[in-house]
Design a protein around this ligand. Sequence first.
Ligand SMILES: [Zn+2]
Length: 336
Amino acid sequence: MQIVAGIDLGGTAVNYTFLNLQEQFLIDGLCEYPARAKEGPAICLQQIMDGLAAAAKDVGIDLADVPVVGLDSPGPASAAGVLSQRGSTNFVHPSWSGYDIPGNLAKRVNKPVTYLNDGNAGALWGHFVLFGGSGKATSISAIIGTGLGGGVITEGNVVKGSRGYGGELGHVLIPYERITAIRSMKPQCNCGRFGDLESLCSLTAIEKCLLPFFLSLNPTHQLAQLGDITRAARQVRGLAQEGDAMCTEIFRVQAQALGLFFDLMVNTFDPDALIVGGGALETKEEFQRWFIDEIRAAMPNQREEQASIPIHVMPNGDTAGARGAAIEALKFLRTS
Ligand SMILES: [Zn+2]
């Protein structure tokens, strides 16, 4: 029996999964182990190994039956998984600078280790749910969390790019001036630029741009009384779901930003599917359907052949990274 492992390395936790050749996952939910990334790569790598052994034991498999390990992590990292010299918010210990995580892990496990950044791993999982692990479909995934992640899968393969920045969808500029509700706003992104997708479509966008803007128009709103914009931003989704007018408008702006972005993607990739996921859509199905309809309504008219490109909601946000990493490992195994 051959099985591949998927390892999702975050700053605080490592999440594991296993995938067999019949494309069945052997772990349903989260299977976590502490990452201890703050203490540097030596300790963190040992944690990854210990957690992998524990996960294998839980599932009842022998790691000798695992020929390939898939890894994903937050970046910035090269396409091969070498962390940026400038460091990373999730890997702050100085020894992480320029560290080759998959290369060093491969030496420890004595097996090939494939690598994806967490956004691309999530996108590959979303793609897999619709199209399976083989096949030649093309999809674009936008994952709305603290930032805006996601990725591009063309003809079944993740677009990693030459420097590892392929599929950095959050920093694609969109024609935001077309969104009438925010005409006088200049949405600023953490990347230093303004008017990209993440500057309007992320939890950070709600906190930094959208909520302050809409509260200035609605000074008596209950969220203005909180006096804490970070806490207030986290309540916008719940209030929007309950039908609060201002919070609904904030989500409508996010949907409109996504609609404009998806239009760019439709005309660039002619995809089989568009996929939306992330914390923003961990909501009732009714709200998800409304959000998808708003995205669709914000897309400029398509040519007739492309008007039917479906927009899907991505399932299982928490396990997406590990599952995407495992799918990449399975693809490697099949082609090697
Ligand atoms: Zn940006």
